[in-house]
Design a binder for this molecule. Structure first.
Ligand code: GTP
Ligand code: MG
Length: 449
């Protein structure tokens, strides 16, 4: 990641579209696009490309007041891959002619530059990566809290307290010959460390893992046509979301909605899908539509974390591939339940619907994946670093306690522990960050960001 290079990357999805975006960052970004004279802002321009010109909207930001901290040029050009390929080819030729370094950006390199140029800290960078990956509201909120300093302020508060304490302990080592410098007394040091450990412990209790927040289980209601799947789907959602009729083959598309299930651990968000009945035979349905309905249903079932297999009285159990987690439900429980096994429900009298929600949550592990208010979601890296700093504080406290009353604890050892704690916290916000930590953080990004 040589910061002297100018980097470029396509930052719009691949394929045909109305406009595509090429992003450049680095010392030669403006020169290579032949936009040196443009002021920061948005400009309508014509870019010279092989065999003609390309109309474009150029968004220009001069470093250091840009996303990356370097000069940034974003070129919005019409069409898709072909136009972008021509434009990139022209820029590469221009770089060769001017003998400047231009290359494709690595994943996350734009954000890595923002971090290296001091535009953002490491937690903000991680928050940006999480926001890009977020598929649920909860995940997006967790990402914002990461970026907007929720975790950063916890870390900085702790850094302040530990720095202060370290300074007081080190005063006893470095300035023992100076009368006006007094090292902290044992009992005061022990009490401060106990406070810090208890405070961090409380903070860690109010956290969850980002992995937990980002996993939203998929639950599919499947079974033969007319089993009452759509009726049950609507009953679980508490709204008339999908069409219900007595006609077999009513549901054609896969309909998916987010649903919150209550668990003792907090809310569990799931994606609940209603699909076409297996082998639905509705006379008059075009065979191509029937095939598409079956393919959609089977695909949803294959991707499911749990299939709620619905069977109405008189129907055969739908056969499912081995290994798919299944919860059997006997629908239309208000009618005579002849030979149907499983949890009994009826949408007519409401039997078993609430209990079914609890059963689904149980089968999925009944652990909340929704970020409660005041909670922080931590990545594995955050958790490891906070655990390390906690460890260091506990070790320092043990040294004080072991020294006993009236006996001075070894100040150098205590200071070394406190410094370990500070180093760990420094890694959290990126003040002291080994290269492998940086590589790990930015490897989670896509190219073009
Ligand atoms: N008595 C009774 N009828 C029900 C119940 N649930 C659904 N039905 C009726 O069964 C018929 C089919 O219901 P749907 O919910 O459309 O069944 P489905 O499994 O979605 O059917 P397809 O979409 O065609 O595969 C409708 O006439 C419903 O009113 C129930 O609990 N009790
Ligand atoms: Mg249906």
């Amino acid at each position: 990641m040589n910061p002297a290079d100018t980097i470029m990357a396509v930052s719009s999805p691949p394929g045909q579209g109305q406009r595509a975006l090429l992003r450049l960052s680095g010392p030669s970004a403006r020169a290579l696009a032949r936009l040196e004279s443009c002021q920061p802002g948005c400009h309508r321009v014509r870019l010279a490309v092989q065999g003609g010109t390309l109309p474009a909207i150029a968004v220009i930001a001069h470093g250091p007041a840009s996303y990356t901290g370097d000069d940034v040029v974003e070129l919005l050009v019409p069409g898709g891959d072909a136009g972008l390929a021509h434009l990139q080819e022209t820029l590469i030729q221009e770089a060769e002619a001017r003998a400047v370094a231009l290359r494709q950006a690595e994943p996350g390199e734009f954000t890595a530059r923002a971090y290296l140029n001091g535009r953002i800290d490491l937690l903000e960078a991680e928050g940006i990566a999480e926001a890009i990956r977020a598929e649920s509201d909860s995940h997006l909120r967790a990402a914002r809290l990461m970026s907007d300093g929720g975790l950063g302020s916890v870390a900085l508060e702790l850094v302040d307290s530990l720095t202060h304490l370290t300074a007081m302990v080190e005063a006893g080592i470095d300035f023992t010959d100076q009368e006006d410098v007094v090292a902290i007394a044992n009992d005061a040091l022990e009490a401060r460390l106990a406070d810090l450990v208890a405070g961090l412990d409380r903070r860690l209790e109010g956290t969850t893992s980002i992995e937990r927040i980002e996993s939203v289980p998929r639950v599919v209601l499947a079974g033969p046509a007319n089993a009452g799947k759509s009726s049950l789907f609507n009953a679980l959602l508490g709204s008339e979301r999908t069409v219900v009729t007595a006609v077999e083959g009513t549901t054609r598309d896969v309909v998916t909605e987010s649903l919150l299930l209550e668990t003792p651990d907090g809310d569990l968000e799931i994606l609940l899908s209603d699909v076409a009945g297996f082998e639905a035979v509705n006379e008059g349905t075009d065979p191509r539509i029937a095939r598409a309905m079956q393919a959609g249903a089977r695909e949803a079932v294959e991707r499911a974390d749990l299939v709620v297999r619905c069977t109405a009285p008189g129907q055969e159990l739908a056969s499912l591939a081995e290994g798919i987690p299944v919860l059997d439900v006997a629908t239309k429980g208000d009618l005579s339940p002849v030979g149907v096994s499983g949890h009994v429900v009826s949408v007519v009298d409401g039997t078993g619907v609430r209990e079914l929600a609890d059963l689904i949550a149980d089968r999925l592990g009944a652990r909340s994946n929704v970020l409660g208010s005041g909670m922080l979601a931590l990545t594995h890296r955050h958790r490891t670093v906070l655990d390390r700093s906690m460890d260091a504080m506990v070790r320092a406290r043990m040294l004080v306690l072991e020294a006993g009353e009236g006996v001075m604890p070894p100040a150098e050892l205590i200071a070394a522990c406190l410094r370990d704690g500070l180093d760990a916290l420094g890694e959290l916000v990126g003040r002291v960050t080994p290269d492998q930590v940086l590589e790990h953080v930015f490897a989670r990004f896509c190219i073009g960001k």
